[in-house]
Write a protein that binds this ligand. Structure first.
Ligand code: SAH
Length: 474
């Protein structure tokens, strides 16, 4: 049975209060809190308190509120559009609520939800933009937590920017065709900083031609959704098309704009994949169509992601692009292992490699670096594990050198293994590892935390374990 969406018992609305009287009854802390909240609006505050505390008196003076310094009387409510019973005295608050109700004025009684016609939200104020968070009184702490999170997320210039946008609305509607061009203008406006917004707006309006496309090569990080950068998230939310690799988890692809088109381009052994030339051509075609494209790659786009070829193709085609870095798999694996990639006195350099260049006759330069103490991160290294170990040992690296391996780094189903260079070949013959695997070799690995990891060599299996998850580069 489909589950019914729970219904709200209190429905949020934004009420016009400009110049209207809002009455607050009470002289203490509760009244001050409500006064501060309503003081964020242009309502005329009327505070009824025969004994107001000093802080409230200061607020009244500073904000030009009306102070009725008398014992409460129902007549004090007259003409108000909202009433707050905030005296801290239950009998008085009840009387205020009853009077307000009789006069047909919505009332809120502090800490007495049963007397309330309405609740006040936790408020993020970027006037004229307001974000009001309500929990029907169930979770004031939760509401405050959400409030501060949203507050941190939104630029202080959002409000003025929205006002500027409002002032340009008529012009934009006249000059820009409905649909893509107009939406792009508004999202560029929203993303911009206020100082640039005016220039941006004028440029966008004057160009008055449907804007040309743009491709963002975006790092999706190692897999965990919350390792996506805020910039990557913003671009995903603005995308018309998301072109993604197989290694990027569905949950991250799903974080994009709901009606964005999603095009998987494979790069997974055994699955239908597009060739790199086909991907380049696709990106160019989408760019020429004026689309906002997010080319989503696992980890960092510039690390074994063939971004070099995509950027060259876009450059040649004259399509604008940008690169958004991401958390590369080596960093996620190191974090999962609490492994210091550089370690004072032990390792001061780091190599990103695939190990696939070990097949030639001469040793690649990085093998020499490994011997002189560099920490080595091996991408796509499962199928060449024996080769990597063999050549490094042959070149003079001790077979006892520490090795850490992480499958599905950053994800809940990650697995960690540790051992030595001599154990590394066993990786090739394990059939139980089906996710992407990162191998880190070097003396710095000895500084990792092996508490939750399994020994590398313990598990021996027949048959090669070349899995689908490897080989994003091919
Ligand atoms: N651009 C990516 C790397 C793509 S190459 C990045 O910066 O991370 C694909 C290889 O990355 C895989 O074969 C594996 O070695 C590694 N990899 C990617 N995600 C991983 C993960 N979550 N855990 C372990 N290794 C990962």
């Amino acid at each position: 049975m489909p589950q019914a969406t729970p219904k709200l018992n209190a429905f949020p609305v934004f009420m016009r209060v400009e110049g209207e009287a809002v009455a607050i009854i009470g002289g203490g802390e509760e009244a001050l809190a409500k006064a501060r909240l309503i003081g964020q609006s242009s309502a005329a505050l009327r505070i009824i308190a025969d004994a107001a505390e000093a802080e409230l008196l200061a607020f009244i003076a500073a904000n030009g509120a009306i102070h009725i310094a008398a014992a409460y009387d129902a007549a004090h409510l007259e003409g108000a559009v909202m009433v707050f019973a905030a005296s801290g005295n239950e009998a008085l608050d009840r009387r205020v609520a009853e009077d307000a109700r009789r006069l047909g004025i919505p009332v809120n009684a502090v800490d007495r939800p049963e007397l309330c016609d309405f609740f006040t939200p936790a408020l993020v104020n970027r006037a004229p933009v307001a974000i009001a968070i309500g929990t029907e009184g169930a979770g004031p702490v939760l509401a405050q937590m959400l409030r501060s999170r949203i507050d941190r997320m939104l630029s202080p210039s959002l409000g003025p920017l929205a006002s500027l946008a409002a002032s340009l609305r008529g012009t934009a509607e006249r000059l820009l065709p409905k649909g893509n061009a107009r939406r792009r203008f508004w999202s560029a406006m929203e993303a911009g900083q206020l100082s640039q917004a005016h220039d941006t707006a004028v440029d966008l309006l004057l160009s008055n031609a449907p804007a040309s496309g743009h491709v963002a090569l975006v790092g999706a990080g190692p897999g965990a959704e919350d390792l996506l950068t805020l910039r990557a998230h913003r671009l995903l939310m603005e995308a018309d098309v998301i072109v993604h690799d197989a290694l990027v988890p569905e949950a991250i692809v799903a974080m994009g704009r709901r009606d964005a088109e999603r095009l998987p381009v494979g790069k997974r052994k055994g699955c239908h994949t597009k060739s790199q030339a086909e991907i380049n051509a696709l990106l160019i075609e989408l760019g020429r169509d004026g689309k906002r494209v997010v080319r989503l790659k696992s980890g960092d786009p510039l690390v074994f992601g063939r971004a070099g070829e995509e950027m060259a193709a876009l450059r040649d085609a004259g399509i604008a692009y940008e690169v958004v870095p991401g958390v590369t798999a080596a960093f996620a694996a190191a974090a999962d292992f609490e492994l210091p990639l550089t370690l004072r006195g032990v390792s001061s350099s780091m190599v990103f490699t695939t190990g696939h260049d070990l097949k030639g006759n001469s040793l690649p330069d990085w093998a020499k670096l490994a011997i002189s103490g560099a920490t080595v991160a091996v991408y796509m290294g499962r199928s060449v594990a024996a080769e990597v170990a063999g050549r490094l040992i042959e070149a003079g690296l001790s077979p006892d050198t520490a090795v850490a391996v992480v499958e599905n780094a950053s994800l809940a189903n990650r697995r960690r293994f540790h051992g030595t260079l001599a154990d590394l070949p066993s990786l090739e013959v394990r059939a139980d590892l089906t996710g992407p695997v990162m191998t880190i070799i070097g003396d710095a690995v000895a500084g990792a935390n092996f508490e939750r990891s399994e020994p590398l060599a313990a598990h021996r299996h027949e048959g090669a374990a070349q899995t689908a998850a490897e080989g994003a580069e091919r």
